[in-house]
Design a protein around this ligand. Sequence first.
Ligand SMILES: *Cc1c(COP(=O)(O)O)cnc(C)c1O
Length: 227
Amino acid sequence: MIAANLQAVRQGIAAAAQQAGRQAADIALLAVSKTVSPDRIRAAYAAGQREFGENYVQEGIDKIAALADLRDRLQWHFIGPLQSNKTRPVAEHFDWVHTIDRLKIAERLSAQRPAGMPALQVCIQVNISGEASKSGVAPAEVPALAHAVAALPRLQLRGLMAIPEPAHDPAAQRRPFATMRTMLQALRADGLALDTLSMGMSGDMEAAIAEGATLVRIGTAIFGARG
Ligand SMILES: *Cc1c(COP(=O)(O)O)cnc(C)c1O
């Protein structure tokens, strides 16, 4: 089941890339494994998947420990809201954090990243749909935060992440992703070496790829509906 789903998602990425005149190899697939047991993550690993995304600190840490035998072969991405009192375990165990939305969190992650590990790879989460309840930094604040984060010694700023408000028609899905693409281009023109647009989930992956996503975060289409 998981192997067949993964294959279908990879085919979907390839088709969307071709439609957009892009290379499928330029789009990474992050398997979002929140609520998914270590055994099912192992099944995805056996089917060739290497990058996994977790939303909750303790759940993620527990799974990284349960899959310690595969640690060197996996990349663990933290994609959930992060409170400042929970940064240390994330800095010590994850490879990526997609949800930087204020400088204080980034400073703590940089200070807490162990010396023996590579720099923590990070994205700034943008509140692209302007919903009061959603996390992420307002678009107008992105440039200042990006330059400050890029200057931190133990972080490597890779790009931007967003979770737009759900929309059903493809044109409405594409609009916020297009804004994200423009924002990344502006930061690059401003001297930041960024290569990542983390956007697109099971319901809007094609629209995100059409607008330049370099990493899609897919849960349901790989592991099924979360109970
Ligand atoms: C759950 C989640 C996903 C995956 O969503 P699906 O609709 O199951 O593909 C992607 N990104 C984030 C931040 C999530 O929390």
